[in-house]
Design a protein around this ligand. Structure first.
Ligand SMILES: *[C@@H]1O[C@H](CO)[C@@H](O)[C@H](O)[C@H]1NC(C)=O
Ligand SMILES: *[C@@H]1O[C@H](CO)[C@@H](O)[C@H](O)[C@H]1NC(C)=O
Length: 421
């Protein structure tokens, strides 16, 4: 299948500087979850029952974001190290890179010369390895692979292996989508057909490091003829019962999971110009879900962009994060990817959530509301149009204030400030 070649895996390669770069760009061309044809053995295809109406009532699912009750314990051992988390199909790349660097190291350091200490800097050379510049990709989803070559791995790790350090990517000059520098898997789904550009940059402890900005890489996505033959989502759903009869023994049936956006809440102002997305999976089959969606993603599209950015569903350390948002009104919607196609499952698409960003200097805020918490004054920027009560819940929640009267108290303050305008 042509698709297989184009479904490139993401791995943040941390390489010691060496001329062995070509060895690492070898792409494995294997997919994590394959659609297995009847009678071939191997993995079982998955059927999702379209039970869209019932999904909001399935509230005892596990949370996939935000840290509470997360169902990611079954992932096995995780590698936070050199080459990100290895899926089976990434192992080729990783072995290739470690062998290559090992060989080079022996050649470059003759036994008589004492090795030079690496420079005391967290500088690194960042390049977008995949997709290659000028390439054409089949289908609407793609993985991004970013090569990072630190001058001094230890110093670099100290700087960038922190929760607010990230590698960020701007697709088509849109806002930045950010992933952990170590072990981040970068995927996009639902890209509109046509020409795209990507540029990456590192964020160190919340600040963009301009020197690390990569060249712009451009590529084109074209409709995948294979997908066309399989028909659209709607057609598939109609055929599901029939398929079920044909493949009964091999198919796994799961109720349609749901994705529920929790943060940002509807019409709330977020301070600054970045937002962290928190959502929750709803399913009453947590075990099956965790088994079959282990390698799947939750993808978010901000401001009706040209594609949705994806973060692994069940990896606690990879938190969906958008930065460099223009001050003012924004929208976001989410979707879960399908274990067979790796594309978004349309039925899991969330409602479109509206929120505001105040901007780095609160330039979009209509009012600054002053709230005293434990004898300390807090200033909360609020854009015109914000929902006072939701804003209250957000303020109290993000400061861990569990006092029942807190949201109403804050909402009241906001109303007073609005009325004074
Ligand atoms: C999950 O919920 C649906 C209805 O929402 C129900 O039909 C199904 O039997 C439930 N599954 C399990 C495993 O409880
Ligand atoms: C990064 O930090 C995490 C914990 O904070 C640790 O488990 C991991 O091994 C570190 N990764 C590297 C490459 O040092």
């Amino acid at each position: 299948m042509i698709r297989s070649f184009l479904s490139l895996f993401v791995v943040l390669l941390l390489l010691l500087p060496s001329p062995s770069f070509p060895a690492i760009t070898k792409s494995s061309g294997k997919k994590g979850i394959k659609l297995t044809k009847k009678g071939k053995g191997g993995r079982q295809p998955i059927k999702l029952s379209g039970n869209k109406k019932g999904r909001s009532s399935n509230t005892n699912g596990q949370s996939s974001r935000g840290g509470n009750g997360r169902g990611g314990g079954s992932e096995g051992s995780r590698r936070g190290g050199q080459a990100g988390q290895a899926r089976a199909s990434q192992e080729d790349d990783i072995q290739a890179s470690s062998q290559a660097t090992g060989t080079i190291a022996q050649q470059e350091v003759p036994p008589s010369d004492p090795p030079q200490p690496p420079p005391d800097t967290d500088e690194a050379k960042i390049t977008i390895v995949d997709p290659p510049d000028g390439s054409t990709l089949m289908g609407s989803s793609f993985d991004l692979r970013i090569g990072i070559e630190p001058l001094n791995l230890e110093v670099f790790t100290d700087s960038y292996n922190t929760t607010n350090s990230r590698v960020c990517v701007a697709l088509d000059d849109g806002p930045l989508s950010c992933w952990p520098v170590f072990g981040g898997k970068i995927r996009y789904v639902g890209a509109i057909d046509g020409s795209h550009s990507v540029q990456a940059v590192l964020m160190r402890r919340g600040e963009i490091v301009e020197e690390t900005r990569t060249d712009v890489v451009t590529f084109t996505t074209v409709e995948d003829p294979d997908m066309e033959n399989e028909g659209g989502e709607g057609e598939k759903e109609q055929n599901e019962d029939e398929e079920m009869d044909l493949d009964e023994e091999e198919r796994v049936s799961l109720d349609m999971p749901g994705l529920i956006l929790q943060v940002p809440p509807e019409r709330v102002t977020i301070p600054g110009n970045a937002v962290q997305i928190v959502s929750k999976v709803s399913t009453n089959q947590s075990e099956l879900f965790n088994k079959y969606f282990k390698h799947q993603y939750a993808c978010y599209n901000v401001d009706a962009g040209t594609a949705s950015s994806c973060w692994p569903l069940l990896e606690a350390h990879s938190v969906p994060y958008f930065a460099n948002l223009e001050p003012g009104l924004h929208t976001v919607e989410g979707v879960i990817t399908h274990p067979e196609t790796n594309e978004g499952i349309e039925a899991t698409t969330t409602e479109s959530r509206t929120f505001y960003t105040a901007g780095a200097n609160n330039e979009a805020a209509a009012v600054m509301v002053e709230i005293e918490v434990d004898k300390e004054n807090h200033y909360m920027p609020v854009c015109r149009g914000s929902d006072a009560r939701n804003q209250g819940f957000y303020f109290c929640g993000s400061r861990g204030i569990t006092l029942e009267t807190c949201p109403d108290f804050v909402a009241e303050k906001i109303m007073v400030a609005y009325n004074a305008l």
